[in-house]
Design a protein. Structure first.
Length: 259
């Protein structure tokens, strides 16, 4: 909260009305009470989890300034100046915008947005469940059936999260691809599938399964549900200061073993 307080002080110095709140309180307001404050600028101080929660609450109309202060910082720039100087640069217009895509996931008529990934995981992890994945784009249409523990559908940014841990590839964010990664498939030789931008993906779980989006449990599927994933055609507007970023270092460096 010290960094957030410093950012708030700078903003007030420039005559900007500010509102300081923890991301969990903000997320609870948006999720359980339907109260979503609208801001011109959101300063997100923390790690990737903080960024995703604050970004989804703020929506796609606000400018989002991520400032790193956490263990996982794939969405953040490294080597930034102090937060007071960074905020001053924003107020002086010394920045550019990166547009990060939002994806839609629907179960029947219930839809929600995710940034990083959606995970369908079997309720009974002691027994292999049955899954089918359909993927269709303007030039590709394919389907795969497998038995295993679940399946991950990740955005290009989300490819550096759970999908990577499950053996999936790192996708450069500018590609806007979806990565489909089976979890512990019994069939040998099944690898991740990189779907072209704006593809439509359907997931089917025969057995009861949990549905997670961006790390949050959102539904218990009874089995036989069809889950649809596609581009929402909406983007987060994220403030950046450097045109080029070292994506591999940002992803791999925090994952190094420490003994």
């Amino acid at each position: 909260m010290k960094l957030a307080g410093l950012a708030s002080t700078v903003l007030r110095t420039y005559g900007v009305d500010t509102y300081t709140i923890t991301v969990d309180d903000l997320y609870n307001q948006a999720t359980y009470r339907g109260e979503v404050p609208r801001f011109d600028l959101v300063v997100s101080v923390g790690g990737d989890g903080t960024f995703m929660k604050s970004a989804k609450c703020a929506g796609y109309t606000s400018l989002i300034l991520p400032y790193p202060c956490g263990k996982r910082n794939a969405y953040y720039e490294h080597g930034l100046q102090g937060i007071d100087r960074v905020v001053e640069r924003v107020l002086n217009g010394d920045f550019y915008l990166e547009y990060i895509p939002l994806y839609s996931i629907c179960v029947e008529e219930s839809c929600r947005i995710f940034i990083n990934d959606a995970v369908v995981a079997s309720v009974d992890l002691g027994k292999a469940a049955k899954f089918r994945v359909n993927m269709e784009s303007n030039v590709v249409k394919t389907s795969i059936f497998f038995e295993g523990d679940g399946v991950i559908v990740a955005s290009s940014y989300g490819s550096s999260g759970h999908s990577l841990s499950a053996g999936g590839p790192i996708i450069i964010p500018e590609h806007e691809s979806l990565v489909i990664t089976p979890l512990n498939p019994l069939q040998t030789g099944i690898k991740s599938l990189v779907a072209p931008p704006y593809s439509k993906v359907e997931l089917w779980a025969k057995n009861p399964a949990h549905l997670y989006t961006d790390g949050d449990h959102v539904a218990l599927l009874k089995g036989g549900n069809v889950i649809r994933v596609e581009h929402s055609y909406r983007y987060l507007k994220v403030i950046r200061f450097s045109v080029k970023r070292d994506t591999w270092r940002a992803v791999i460096e925090p994952r190094q073993c420490v003994f």
